[in-house]
Design a protein around this ligand. Structure first.
Ligand code: NAD
Length: 262
């Protein structure tokens, strides 16, 4: 799709990748950018910096009524949504032993939010015969985040849902893209590493990108209507190895994990 002249909504737009996406969309000529976040004040700040073509809406993406309200307010002010960026997300760590509430929260925010967004915008997009959904997922959506089973499972579900939509509605003018970054320098990353040693280990197997770099690659991918967008090319390589040789790939991941705990 063409970003120039479009009406875009970004969830989780107060910080990190979402904030960079909102700013880049404006720079790329979007007619309107709606910045939404659970952090309403943060969203206001990002929208104010963009100017009159932006609107801030406090939204909880895990609450379908809140997502519907976000879309209704966007339509009222700017007209139909051309690009919905489902970017809000949160890390939920732990394994099988993680409490049910953690599993539910991971699935609500990292997976069901994409379903609520599709329900809110797809009918009008299908009627218009055009529209694009960009889902900020994570490389964990096609690989595995060590130490974060609820996050990995929810993100892999989000990729499955995006691919389902792309297959089902692609011929009807709907574009769908999964943004699949590894480490990005945002508050989420800083919160997930507890000390310099952990950050050094993380940097040893993943290049840490700035949110602006990720946003630039994301918008290029949307314009090219790409289903998988990899800001870190090494994640695409790992995904290929997983597909070609799952046993070899699991062995490689075990060795990496063992190194991390050495
Ligand atoms: N930072 C990384 O290394 C990294 C890597 C891969 C994927 N991601 C994904 O990128 C996305 C953005 O993360 P980020 O790194 O920019 O983190 P961030 O913490 O900087 O921003 C996330 C934003 O989402 C908002 N948010 C959280 N829950 C919400 C909810 N229920 N409703 C609305 N807003 C909510 C937060 O208030 C915050 O402003 C997430 O989906 C995350 O999983 C991040």
């Amino acid at each position: 799709m063409k970003i120039e002249g479009s009406v875009a909504v970004v969830t989780g737009g107060a910080s990190g990748i979402g904030r960079a996406l909102a700013e880049k969309l404006h720079e790329a000529g979007a007619r309107a950018v709606v910045v939404s976040d659970l952090d309403g004040d943060g969203a206001e700040k990002v929208a104010a910096a963009i100017g009159d073509s932006a609107l801030a809406v406090r939204t909880d993406v895990a609450d379908e009524a809140s997502v519907r309200r976000l879309v209704a307010l966007t339509r009222e002010r700017f007209g139909e949504v051309d690009l919905f960026v489902s970017n809000a997300g949160l890390t939920v760590t732990g394994g099988f032993e993680a409490p049910d509430d953690d599993w539910r929260r991971a699935i609500e925010v990292n997976l069901m939010a994409h379903v609520y967004a599709a329900r809110a915008v797809l009918p009008a997009m299908l009627e218009a015969g055009r529209g694009h959904l960009l889902q900020t997922i994570a490389a964990a959506g096609v690989l595995t985040a060590f130490g974060a089973a609820p996050y990995t499972v929810a993100k892999q579900g989000a990729v499955a849902f995006a691919e389902y939509l792309a297959i089902r509605y692609g011929e009807q003018g709907i574009g769908v893209s999964c943004l699949l970054p590894q480490a990005v320098n945002t508050p989420m990353l800083t919160a997930s590493v507890s000390n310099h040693k952990e950050l050094a280990v993380l940097k040893s197997f993943s290049n840490v990108l700035e949110p602006e770099q990720v946003a630039a690659v994301a918008l290029e991918g949307v314009e090219a209507n790409r289903i998988h967008i990899y800001p870190h090319p090494e994640a695409a390589d790992s995904f290929r190895r997983r597909a070609q040789d799952p046993d070899g790939w699991v062995a490689e991941m075990r060795a990496l994990l063992a190194g991390r705990h050495a």
